[in-house]
Design a binder for this molecule. Structure first.
Ligand SMILES: [Zn+2]
Ligand SMILES: [Zn+2]
Length: 250
């Protein structure tokens, strides 16, 4: 697959002091798309059809709520819910009939297989819906473009390669994203060299974070009261970001 380059935002993110520049880009992309879905563009019929069909995951519904734009959010959620409700009601009606039949089987100790299956199906429908999200889809696509840009610049631009190798590395989910993109984009030798560079950055920075979290935990002992934090005051936050890719403020 071909991706467009996004050189400027990638350079900007790599120049930031952070545990993962891809997380910086992800946060920025999220902000853009959350704003997009609360803007006028979503009143365009094609966009509304998409929203009605797919909706948003719990995390991004939460982000939409936090923007306090109740009118647009209400309109969007209403028509999305109408289409979701149709799906649900089809299953409700099927299950209702099965439940009625099961309810008439007096004193039978056997469970109604069909009813149990339909209940599992309903659970699956709801779980699946929870994972469908337009913001997630858009972020995922945008991050692929950023990941493509990173591997491209690593190959073509010596200055960037140097930045990459001296960076604080990446969170583990974005480490996977970069490796996947590298495997797609590079030939054998280049892939080997890229993996070596990436693993060198990751190993030294994971060691660094382990030392920081140790210092952080020891700082809570009374005997270390007078010692400085040495920049480890948020080590737990940064370590959790490194492991999970979550950048939620604490
Ligand atoms: Zn990340
Ligand atoms: Zn989402």
């Amino acid at each position: 697959m071909k991706y467009e380059l996004e050189t400027i935002p990638v350079w900007d993110a790599f120049k930031k002091e952070c545990e993962c520049p891809i997380c910086v880009l992800k946060d920025r992309a999220k902000e853009t798309y959350i704003k997009f879905y609360l803007g006028n563009s979503v009143m365009v019929p094609e966009q509304r059809v998409e929203v009605n069909k797919t909706g948003f995951c719990p995390e991004h519904f939460q982000n939409l709520l936090e923007k306090r734009s109740p009118h647009y959010l209400g309109l969007m959620t209403h028509t999305h819910f109408q289409s979701y409700k149709n799906e649900l009601f089809e299953e409700f009606s099927k299950i209702g009939k099965q439940a009625e039949i099961a309810g008439k089987k007096l004193k039978t100790p056997l469970k109604d297989k069909k009813l149990i299956e339909s209940l599992a199906q309903l659970e699956e429908t709801i779980n699946k819906k929870e994972k469908e999200c337009l913001v997630c889809d858009k972020i995922e696509y945008t991050l692929k473009r950023y990941a493509f840009t990173v591997v491209y610049l690593w190959k073509k631009n010596e200055e960037f390669k140097d930045f990459f190798n001296k960076s604080k590395g990446f969170c583990l989910p974005h480490q996977s994203l970069l490796l996947k993109m590298a495997a797609e984009y590079f030939s054998g030798v280049e892939l080997g060299l890229f993996v070596q560079d990436l693993f060198a950055v990751q190993s030294s920075n994971l060691d660094r974070l382990e030392a920081e979290i140790l210092y952080f935990t020891q700082k809570f002992s009374q005997e270390n009261d007078d010692k400085p934090w040495n920049g480890t005051k948020d080590a737990h936050y940064r370590l959790i970001q490194k492991i999970t890719g979550r950048t939620t403020e604490y």
